[in-house]
Design a protein around this ligand. Structure first.
Ligand SMILES: C[S@@+](CC[C@H](N)C(=O)[O-])C[C@H]1O[C@@H](n2cnc3c(N)ncnc32)[C@H](O)[C@@H]1O
Length: 204
């Protein structure tokens, strides 16, 4: 079978993603709020999966002025996004199949969003740098993802191991690297280090 381990993983998980992930993937609405979108914003979601964040973004956009690009390298997950977009009649959503590590869309965005995707990307540092390069000056880079479960005592390694078995690596220096890329970064932790939302800005 072709593709990376994560693409193969989502070939099957795409079928059960929406019915299972609501239990574990939290903080979508709050993270979208931190993008500070305007009705005419252009937004890129990297690793958009089945499009579960789309409605939170689109609620803030004027359909005739603002635009959302959902990008994923899994054809199976993108197909779910495509169906969701068609079912809602969202006319200002564009779906792109591409690898975040090699991102090069030739345009820039007011906000770039990773939701529970950065921790699954092997060369996440390239993905982060390329995401930043796709921001217009003043644009926001928002990352929502699992943290290290620092306040979970003996359950912390259990959670981290379980996530690792699902291709999610929690202990890489996401926030340090984000600070190197963006400069100042605001970080919000939730539930004893269950997840974090980090917000950086393009400053040049
Ligand atoms: C846990 S899902 C998150 C989906 C969605 N953002 C959400 O909040 O429900 C992770 C997504 O990242 C995508 N992904 C992982 N590595 C990627 C890469 N290198 N390039 C593009 N997408 C990637 C996967 O295919 C998957 O759809």
């Amino acid at each position: 079978m072709q593709g990376t381990a994560v693409q193969r993983f989502y070939r099957y998980h795409a079928y059960v993603y929406d019915s299972t992930r609501w239990m574990i993937l939290h903080g979508r609405r709050g993270a979208v709020e931190r993008m500070k979108l305007r009705p005419d914003s252009n937004v890129l979601e990297i690793g958009c999966g089945t499009g579960l964040n789309f409605r939170y973004v689109l609620d803030r956009l004027d359909p005739s002025a603002g635009r959302l690009v959902g990008l994923d390298f899994s054809a199976d997950m993108l197909e779910r996004s495509r169906r969701r977009t068609a079912a809602h009649g969202w006319s200002n959503v564009e779906l792109v199949q591409a690898d975040a590590e090699k991102l090069d869309l030739g345009r820039d965005f007011d906000a770039v969003f990773f939701a529970y995707s950065l921790t699954m990307i092997p060369d996440w540092e390239s993905a982060l740098r390329r995401a930043y390069a796709h921001l217009r000056p003043g644009g926001r880079l928002v990352v929502l993802d699992f943290s290290t479960f620092g306040g979970w005592g003996p359950l912390a390694p259990v959670m981290r191991t379980w996530l690792k078995l699902n291709h999610v690596l929690t202990r890489r220096p996401y926030l340090d690297r984000m600070r190197e890329v963006c400069g100042e970064v605001d970080v919000y932790h939730w539930l004893g280090g269950y997840n974090f939302t980090a917000v950086g800005r393009r400053n040049d």
